[in-house]
Design a binder for this molecule. Sequence first.
Ligand code: BT5
Length: 254
Amino acid sequence: MVVPHAHSKLRTKMIGENIVCYDSIDSTNATAKDLAQKGAEEGTVVRANTQIQGRGRKDRKWFSPEGGLWFSVIIYPELVPDRAMLVTMATSVAISEGILRHCNIESQIKWPNDVLIDKKKVAGVLTELHAEKGKLDYMVVGVGINVNNRLSDELQGTATTLKRETSSEIDIEALFENILRAMDELYCTLKAGEHEEIRNRWLAHSDIIGKKIQIREFDSVRTGRVDGIDEKGSLLVHIDGKQTAILSGDIEIL
Ligand code: BT5
């Protein structure tokens, strides 16, 4: 079922002119990709109350029951594909700033795509792109935020919800608008080429610099200390006496 969404009060520049809401679909990223391939307008948002096959990176499952905020945004950024990570970074900043504005709670961004409250995951970002001949064709940015939803048994120890953190039911529509406005502002910053601004704001919400971490990539596990983050969004890690740029993988702060 598609439900029209009142968005006139958003007054954003880029995001949310079209918002398509479903009661239940497989994955908002999958639907957004279909729409992008058909040339949907930039900033189109696909949202669902529940996802049957919500996905994380590497085809991991994303638990998406009623009461959470699950949506994807279509964008056509003028970026070289190796700068795509900046979109994930801008989105994580928007989530963190939106949560702060709406719930008055500080959250931390964990590279590359998690937002945590007291070390527990409250949100995740799944950025998918289509590029041809070295040029980005479209990007779909999926956002999953635990708001008033329950958590499955296996997520109890590692995840949290905004309702749990504030001990009160969250106005999910107001939160959604706050996050879309924050995303709009950050994407305009990105479009204007102000990459340093995105990086600085990301750093302000992350406490990873100087931390000892473990990096898992495919079958390898390495340990090092984080020196910084480069202009592409790669993590600069001091491993075995030399600095290595890590562009993908899972990390654990030790
Ligand atoms: C992510 O992947 O964190 C990206 C999640 C993106 C979800 C959104 S919802 C809207 C859009 N449509 C989609 O189909 N996806 C996007 P990753 O870093 O790979 O983390 C996945 C891991 O997080 C899983 O293996 C679980 O351990 C954990 N997880 C699953 N559901 C969770 C939840 N609701 N809250 C916290 N952690 C969860």
